[in-house]
Design a protein around this ligand. Structure first.
Ligand SMILES: [Zn+2]
Length: 508
């Protein structure tokens, strides 16, 4: 029996309820138009950098996190990411670090020299040409204020990264930064008040003993100010670290968020360690809000910036696709979907998949994955496409299906209420400055144990074998070769870790 690619896509599609076969392979390969948002589309289909160099096509092995370098490679990488986003149905790209990371200079303006100014404006123009809105990742009283706090004792509290919430001088600095950024044509703001903690001075603790109340006040004030200055800008409030990861939001916190929801367009409960609004409560909570609610897709890999771009291969379309469908069913209409370097084959497929499933959550995960891989790799036969789909599905199952964590003390909490991590760190020093270990932590305990590693290695071996088989059956040979190389590197790491661990165990 001979099947063409369209037939295969149709066959794959009938397995999903309400799935629509929309792909005309020749048309989408040639054109740049992404999928049109269907009846069951999310409203805000946002890519999240998160930082400007998280999508970088080349590693920065000697930089520390988060690198704020905005050079030719960074600009080119951001635009390449937007090309894929536009083809995949995204309508927003949220980025941190276009101007500053930990510290704006006290004069504010010298954060942007002529070269940076030109690059930022070119990025904005490129985004708008592609139908993508650029959302500026803005720290609220923290993320960007370290030098100001050092300089101005009036805003200083016990936290060297966070201005004091009780001081009017802090608000003046916050306004000055917003005013500066408003001169650019950003389409919206991602307000993040809490990632680096809060002010814990006596006055702040007396006024806002509850963390969520503190963050709510400074976020709401910033949102009100931006609304007054620029009423048409999109505003998202991000609630990372507003509550205890295990307990989630209290009734009092939820009441505060309902009030905040009058001031913003979206509230994003990203879910680094599981969401603060538990799935069982999500639908009822969303109905109380005056704005949209969203997550970061249930599961994501935080892209490492120091290591070789082909060192990890972690597609997760089933995991995130399942979450996005459930979120939509409960009324969630925003996803802040993590991006990464598009020259990593797993990242590329995840990004392309994310945009398409957000554009129509009624489609089956397998149908969307098949469509994405068909367009990217152009397999010449339906059998080759089927094998390609199998490689991405097996790689996900072999890793995610063998995760066995209890807690790493930082990110992963294996609680029954959220049995997996939201954010997975690859390792290679991510999040740590110089002196960071260079090991692939995603392959170590508590993520994978000996048994899990062995099973993951077996799965990747099968993926590699298949990648060899189909390499010359793909119209895009270069991409197929890159896939093979990427799986090879990932497998090398698993094999090396397994061998080292087994040898160490034997020596005991
Ligand atoms: Zn304070």
């Amino acid at each position: 029996m001979t099947m063409n690619r369209r037939d295969f896509l149709k066959a794959a599609a009938v397995t999903g309820a309400g799935a629509i076969v929309r792909a005309n392979a020749s048309e989408t390969q040639a054109g740049h138009a992404g999928p049109t948002a269907g009846r069951q589309a999310l409203t805000d289909r946002m890519g999240f950098g998160a930082w400007i160099n998280d999508v970088r096509l080349e590693p920065l092995p000697f930089d520390s996190w988060p690198p704020v370098l905005l050079d030719e490679v960074a600009e080119r990488s951001i635009i390449a990411t937007m090309d894929l986003q536009a083809r995949s149905g995204y309508n927003m790209f949220d980025l941190f670090g276009l101007f500053a990371a930990f510290g704006w200079p006290v004069d504010i303006v010298s954060a942007v020299d002529q070269d940076r100014d030109r690059r930022v404006r070119r990025i904005l123009k490129a985004a708008h040409e592609r139908g993508i809105k650029v959302i500026y990742g803005l720290g609220v009283y923290s993320w960007g204020f370290d030098r100001i706090i050092e300089h101005d004792p009036a805003v200083r509290g016990p936290n060297v990264h966070a201005m004091c919430g009780s001081k009017e001088e802090s608000w003046e600095w916050q306004k000055r930064i917003i005013d500066f950024i408003l001169q650019y044509d950003f389409d919206g703001y991602h307000l993040e008040a809490s990632d680096l903690g809060r002010c814990t001075c006596n006055e702040c603790m007396r006024r806002w003993p509850v963390n969520a109340a503190y963050y709510n006040v400074i976020t709401g004030r910033s949102a009100d100010y931006i609304r007054r200055q620029a009423p048409d800008k999109y505003i998202a409030a991000i609630t990372i670290s507003w509550a205890d990861w295990n307990k989630g939001f209290t009734e009092e916190d939820k009441h505060g968020l309902v009030e905040l929801s009058r001031k913003v367009d979206s509230i994003l409960d990203q879910g680094h360690h599981g969401t603060y609004i538990k799935a069982s409560d999500r639908k009822a909570f969303i109905q109380r809000l005056h704005c949209r609610y969203g997550t970061s897709g249930g599961f994501w890999v935080y892209p490492p910036f120091r290591c070789h771009r082909l060192r990890w291969f972690l597609p997760y379309t089933r995991k995130t696709g399942t979450h996005i469908k459930e979120l939509h069913a409960d009324g969630g209409r925003t996803v802040l979907y993590y991006q990464g370097p598009v020259n990593n084959p797993g990242v590329e497929a995840n990004i392309a998949f994310g945009g398409r499933i957000m554009s129509d959550v009624g489609r089956s995960v397998e149908d969307v994955l098949a469509e994405v891989l068909d367009e990217l790799y152009r397999p010449r036969t339906p059998e080759a496409l089927k094998k390609l789909v199998g490689v991405f599905q097996l790689a996900e199952e072999a890793y995610c299906g063998n995760l066995n964590y209890d807690a790493d003390g930082v990110h992963l909490k294996g609680l029954p209420s959220h049995p997996g991590p939201g954010e997975l760190h690859i390792g290679f020093g991510i999040g740590l400055a110089s002196g960071a270990s260079a090991v692939p932590v995603y392959l170590l305990e508590p993520n994978l144990s000996d048994k899990g590693r062995t099973l993951y290695a077996k799965g990747l071996e099968t993926c590699l074998k298949t990648a060899y088989e189909i390499e010359d059956q793909c119209g895009d040979r270069e991409r197929a070769a890159r896939l093979k190389e990427c799986i090879f590197h990932a497998l090398d790491d698993v094999a090396a870790v397994s061998y080292a661990r087994q040898t160490a165990n034997l020596g005991r």
